[in-house]
Ligand binder design. Sequence first.
Ligand SMILES: *[C@@H]1O[C@H](CO)[C@@H](O)[C@H](O)[C@H]1NC(C)=O
Ligand SMILES: *[C@@H]1O[C@H](CO)[C@@H](O)[C@H](O)[C@H]1NC(C)=O
Ligand SMILES: *[C@@H]1O[C@H](CO)[C@@H](O)[C@H](O)[C@H]1NC(C)=O
Ligand SMILES: *[C@@H]1O[C@H](CO)[C@@H](O)[C@H](O)[C@H]1NC(C)=O
Ligand SMILES: *[C@@H]1O[C@H](CO)[C@@H](O)[C@H](O)[C@H]1NC(C)=O
Ligand SMILES: *[C@@H]1O[C@H](CO)[C@@H](O)[C@H](O)[C@H]1NC(C)=O
Ligand SMILES: *[C@@H]1O[C@H](CO)[C@@H](O)[C@H](O)[C@H]1NC(C)=O
Length: 478
Amino acid sequence: MIAICYTFLLSVLSSNIHFGHTDEGDCLKQPGDILFLVDRSGSVGEDSFQKCLDFVVNVSNYFEIGNDHVKFSIFTTEDNRMGFYFDQYNTKDQLIDLIKKIKNNELMSGYYDCFEKSLVHAQNLVFNKSNGARGFAHKILVAITDGQIYVGTGPKTLQNDDVIMFGIGASINGVNNDTIMRIASSPKHVYIVNNFNFVSHVTQSLINTSCNEMQKNPCESGKCVNATSCIWTGQANYTCICTHGFTGKHCDIDINECDSLPCQNGGTCEDKLNAYTCHCPHLFSGVNCEKDQCSLRPMDIVFLMDGSYSVDTSHFGQQKHFIKQVLQNLTIGPDDVLVGAVTFSTNTDVSFSFKSPFDVTQMKTAIDSVHFMNGVSFLGNAFQTVGNMLQMESRSRSKRIVVLLFDGMMSDPTEAKRMADNLINQFGAKIFVIAFGNDFYHEKAVELTGGVRENVLIHNQPIKFLNRLIASVSMTRI
Ligand SMILES: *[C@@H]1O[C@H](CO)[C@@H](O)[C@H](O)[C@H]1NC(C)=O
Ligand SMILES: *[C@@H]1O[C@H](CO)[C@@H](O)[C@H](O)[C@H]1NC(C)=O
Ligand SMILES: *[C@@H]1O[C@H](CO)[C@@H](O)[C@H](O)[C@H]1NC(C)=O
Ligand SMILES: *[C@@H]1O[C@H](CO)[C@@H](O)[C@H](O)[C@H]1NC(C)=O
Ligand SMILES: *[C@@H]1O[C@H](CO)[C@@H](O)[C@H](O)[C@H]1NC(C)=O
Ligand SMILES: *[C@@H]1O[C@H](CO)[C@@H](O)[C@H](O)[C@H]1NC(C)=O
Ligand SMILES: *[C@@H]1O[C@H](CO)[C@@H](O)[C@H](O)[C@H]1NC(C)=O
């Protein structure tokens, strides 16, 4: 468990480093944020640790240090309080002073010997803009350790965050190669040092490799997973253009289309590739379960008012009031409810029909202006007119409703019954009867509804009627 920075680094740094091409001199000025994680486990002698810091100082001499070039950060693996971030200095001299401060730091307590924690710290706080990491700079992490440490998923997480990971395994007593391999981005990024004859070569290679990494087009390393293209915008900056349905910096996250909660009315959402499916509860349908089969839409509704003399003007006024209250609760529109109003006595008069471009306020005004006819009661003719209206103007998929407001008395009961059955059978209409007047003939009214007793209601309960209407149309599947 003895890291041997001392001997290793002495040999490393007393050797000269040569670059084959002048280009590589330039790469030492590239913007790079390089973090050194230095093992300081109890078994590592204090002296070796000091030499590791000297090593970092010596390495810094090869790079152009500065805010537009390379910045270093150093932390010990045992105590995240021992170290400094990228933005705690500007110049190389200031950097070296900070490294000296670590060397002189008496703080030896607070050990937790957990390399993974150092990696989490590296990811969350060191490579973090709020601590001076530069978004455009290449990110490099150099771990110097004997490898006698626990390594979990930390290295993969950092690599996924575009951090280039080097592992230097250094110990005269043998290195846990396996651990070092798991830290490093690739076998090319691993240096195991227990034969000092090769040390200078290893160091040269380390600097060579990091230089190459800092000059690379990051798109070439195949960072984008499910993308149509990768665009290099300079230095470490690149953008993956994701194929539909994917997101994340590397386009490796399948967008959960269900996250936007598209399914309404209690539908359950199933995520698919660039799509979703809503599984709708009973009585709901549509892509987003938005279609409420219990709703009143679409519905064509005709109010048929009894203006015959047996209904007095006061009851006629109550009919108007009832219709206006019901209108209040309907959603009028071409996709929702369309309304017609017809008055009958000896003759039949259409006040407005489905095609009248009326809103609720205008309809109420039209209802108010209907005259009391004060004649006899030819309901059969009136039903005939309603039938014509349904035939000519009703929408093909709408539910058809006829609301007859009357006192139960008619001059043509047989014809009225026949025409009522015709509306029910030929047009699929549902007929409701709202009872007005003092002497209401209930059984006759039930006959006009096709025998649906619940469809005969009394005039002062518009809300009860609406509820009955909703219940009734929801039983009709369209
Ligand atoms: C750092 O470099 C100097 C001279 O370049 C050398 O004398 C010293 O031993 C090196 N330190 C380490 C720890 O390698
Ligand atoms: C970066 O640092 C800030 C301030 O300490 C913190 O709020 C933020 O969560 C950090 N970012 C990440 C990705 O951890
Ligand atoms: C790289 O992206 C950062 C933001 O992340 C931006 O500030 C910087 O200007 C970009 N650099 C280049 C060369 O595109
Ligand atoms: C560790 O790596 C070094 C250098 O590559 C090698 O000499 C040594 O045999 C390896 N040890 C093990 C246990 O794999
Ligand atoms: C560094 O790179 C140059 C040019 O690519 C090469 O000639 C030299 O051998 C490399 N040095 C090491 C130690 O890999
Ligand atoms: C997304 O990427 C993975 C891994 O490359 C691949 O297996 C999968 O087929 C891709 N999916 C699509 C929709 O391109
Ligand atoms: C009718 O409208 C009133 C007032 O806007 C509302 O309180 C009531 O719930 C509605 N009733 C129905 C059945 O839509």
